[in-house]
Design a binder for this molecule. Structure first.
Ligand code: CP
Ligand code: NVA
Length: 316
């Protein structure tokens, strides 16, 4: 049991800012630990390595899954979670992030943050003496990608060699799936319209990682090319949090990027559909796909709990 040997993971005290900072072996161990913790939980067995510890959860954006899964997860691990919304913290009134980090580190055993610019989490981590966990920035969403690959492993029995097609905005979700997919040896295909392609640096890093693991990366504007023979089909909203005012322009730009029954026909017959949620039926995905037998969105959402418990147990 990995759960009995947390120290041997060598992750104690580390931050979880992105999957790029973790080796393929470490990512796989986190996934396996998540599956173990899920099994313990289903068997009704208590596992409380974080008794007496407290996680601060800073939210500068809305959340359903992340907030609930981290709070419940921390409780199940024997610890306590504090919800800290931007409006209730002094950062909302201009206290600088380094002072916030220094102060919170004196009270808490870990800090989870959902914020806008990725630089904010980098600054927070630099000035915190406790582990900092990325619960979404404009740049990445690694907790979600970890839970996603755990879900795929449960459904497909393997990860390396599978093809994942992400259709839509080359956003935070695309970035984390690219890096995570490459680390785990998947073939990653991204289809986005011109102007919404994934970050060039992330593309470069993904290619470099894939060259080591046997994975690959295809970035195209052609959704049909990306989805061809995919084992996993993934999409996300067209206008992420913080980009709501671009909704109308984005609806035009992404009109040909809806994952619907016609497009999904090009994927493998036994493809699985994932979406980090929240979803907009009739925009990035048709109801016919997201509510079909291919869709594993609720297993995926559930696994946020188990995967994040693995992260917290390993780091804290
Ligand atoms: N997928 C996800 O992070 O959902 P929330 O925004 O509800 O936390
Ligand atoms: N790309 C989305 C993900 C939400 C979980 C956003 O940033 O709003």
């Amino acid at each position: 049991m990995i759960a009995d040997q947390l120290e041997s993971l060598g992750m104690k005290g580390r931050d979880f800012l992105g999957l790029a900072d973790y080796t393929p072996d470490e990512i796989r161990k986190l996934i396996d630990l998540g599956i173990e913790l899920k099994n313990l939980n289903k068997a009704g067995k208590a596992y409380r390595p974080l008794e007496g510890k407290t996680l601060g959860m800073i939210f500068e954006k809305s959340s359903t899954r992340t907030r609930v899964s981290f709070e419940v997860g921390m409780y199940q691990l024997g610890g306590h979670a504090l919800f800290l919304s931007r409006n209730d913290l002094q950062i909302g009134r201009g206290e600088i992030i380094s002072d916030t980090a220094g102060v919170l580190s004196r009270y808490l055993d870990g800090i989870m943050i959902r914020t806008f610019a990725h630089q904010i989490i980098l600054d927070l981590a630099e000035h915190s003496s406790v582990p900092v966990i990325n619960a979404l920035t404009d740049y990445s969403h690694p907790c979600q990608a970890l839970a996603d690959y755990m879900t795929v492993l449960e459904h497909k029995g393997k990860l390396a060699g599978l093809k994942i097609a992400f259709i839509g905005d080359g956003n935070n979700m695309a970035h984390s799936l690219m890096i995570g997919g490459a680390k785990l040896g998947l073939h990653v295909a991204i289809a986005s319209p011109d102007g919404y392609l994934p970050d060039a640096g992330v593309q470069q890093d993904t290619r470099a990682i894939a060259a080591e693991t046997g994975g690959s990366l295809l970035v195209t504007e052609d959704a049909r090319e990306a989805i061809a023979d995919a084992d996993i089909v993934y999409t996300d909203v067209w206008a992420s949090m913080g980009f709501e005012e671009e909704q109308k322009i984005r609806e035009k730009a992404f009109a040909n990027y809806q994952v619907n029954e016609e497009l999904a026909k090009l994927a493998k017959p036994d493809y699985v559909f994932l979406h980090c949620l929240p979803a907009h039926r009739g925009e990035e995905v048709s109801a016919g796909v997201i509510d079909s037998k291919h869709s594993i969105i609720f297993d995926e959402a559930e696994n946020r709990l188990h995967a994040q418990k693995a992260i917290m147990a390993a780091l804290m």
